[in-house]
Write a protein that binds this ligand. Structure first.
Ligand code: ATP
Ligand code: MG
Length: 379
């Protein structure tokens, strides 16, 4: 039985709907559920009408694809009408609605993703997904080669789910098909590729999957600027938190600006990766003053992330986390009060005083900094 806030209410409005995909898989795997998707044999209009009748708020998210979002107890549920593929071109599919559960399951990518569970808790498993999940096997539904040519994103999805659910040797048919068809990932949009890379890196331990990406030579296509799997393996081995961007910064080799543009990272992501390129300059026995100096220039989370990239120094990290970030106590207006007219000279003096403040370990207070500024001005 699948338990999720709001699901019972939704099921009383749509009793024939079933939970599908990831929520079934993760329930069976004993993993927590982030969200729950459902499928229904009813048309999207009928689904909307049922929700309205039950006073459940609904949003026509993707009516053309058959998806309606229901809002119950603050939770979003996507309810998609059963579908079958009419045409595929490796990137997009033209679909037709269906009322056949097995047909809908057959267009899903992997056996472990193709199961559904009904309101009574019965599992509908048309392709042996449960056995595969229990054995740690990832298999395409149907013939791997065909399923990949329908949608090349499935190559990258294979590595995401392999990292999360699999142990041991990967499915031979899948690997052969991926090796044969790997060039297809070059036709995928940068956004989809980056989004898949992030999901792969969010797995507890993506190393075996990345190694498989390397031996199948998919990783060369995804990260042509280069990559360093041992560096990431070391980061994970020293117990660094599961932080996708920290992991990406550790894995990626080559010029971050080029990579960010190529994979269309958001500005925030690119900035974080850039900030993690700067080597960690503190040594494990750094003095408190060194810590304060480092913190004056860089926020603690960034320094801590950099420290994970270079070594395992729990004491140093704890000290960084516990040290207040020093704030330089002087501003331009302190200098205008001394009669310095607004202009470039203000910045020059501030920089000089700040350098003095840093050299002293960031302990000088505002009065001391003002005195120092006066010394510079009269010179
Ligand atoms: P996650 O926990 O990572 O979100 P998920 O199984 O929910 O895992 P999604 O990418 O959200 O994965 O997709 C939801 C479901 O839709 C999958 O379980 C699968 O059944 C189906 N699906 C999604 N993308 C594809 C695809 N490209 N080809 C075939 N089936 C797909
Ligand atoms: Mg999902």
């Amino acid at each position: 039985m699948i338990k999720f806030p709001g699901l019972d209410i939704l099921w009383s409005a749509l009793p024939e709907a079933r939970v599908v995909g990831g929520a079934v898989r993760d329930t069976l795997a004993g993993k927590p559920l982030a969200d729950v998707d459902l499928a229904s044999p009813l048309s999207p209009d009928e689904v909307m009408a049922r929700l309205t009748a039950a006073r459940i708020k609904s949003i026509p998210t993707g009516l053309a694809h058959g998806t309606v979002t229901a809002l119950v107890e603050g939770q979003h549920f996507e309810i998609t009408t059963l579908r079958r593929d009419v045409a595929t071109d490796g990137r997009h599919a033209v679909v037709a609605f269906s009322d056949n559960w097995q047909e809908d399951a057959a267009r899903r990518d992997f056996t472990i993703n193709a199961m559904s569970m009904d309101r009574a808790g019965s599992l509908h498993d048309y392709f042996g997904g449960l056995a595969d999940l229990q054995a740690g096997k990832l298999r395409f539904v149907g013939e791997a080669r065909i399923r990949i040519t329908e949608d090349y994103l499935r190559i990258l999805r294979f590595f995401r789910f392999f990292a999360r659910y699999c142990v041991g040797t990967p499915d031979a048919a899948a690997v052969a098909a991926i090796e044969e068809l790997r060039d297809g990932v070059l036709g995928l949009s940068a956004e989809r590729v980056w989004s898949e890379v992030k999901r792969l890196l969010a797995a507890e331990n993506p190393i075996a999957s990345l190694q498989l990406m390397q031996t199948t030579r998919v990783l060369d296509l995804v990260l042509p600027q280069g990559f360093d799997i041992p560096h990431l393996a070391a980061l994970i081995a020293r117990g660094a938190p599961v932080d996708v961007l920290l992991r990406a910064a550790t894995l990626l080799a080559g010029d971050i600006e080029t990579i960010s543009k190529r994979l269309k990272l958001s500005n925030d992501e690119a900035e974080i990766l850039q900030s993690l390129q700067i080597p960690f300059a503190l040594l494990p026995d750094a003095a408190d003053a060194d810590l304060r100096r480092a913190l004056a220039d860089t926020e603690a989370p960034t320094l801590i992330a950099r420290s994970w990239m270079s070594g395992n120094w729990p004491d140093l990290r704890a000290r960084l986390a516990a040290t207040l970030r020093p704030v330089f106590p002087l501003q331009g207006r302190d200098l205008t009060e001394f009669g310095i007219p607004p202009g470039p000279r203000i910045g020059i003096i501030l920089t000089a005083v700040r350098r003095w403040w840093l050299a002293g370990g960031c302990v000088a207070n505002q009065a001391a900094c003002r005195e120092q500024a006066l010394l510079i001005i009269v010179k």
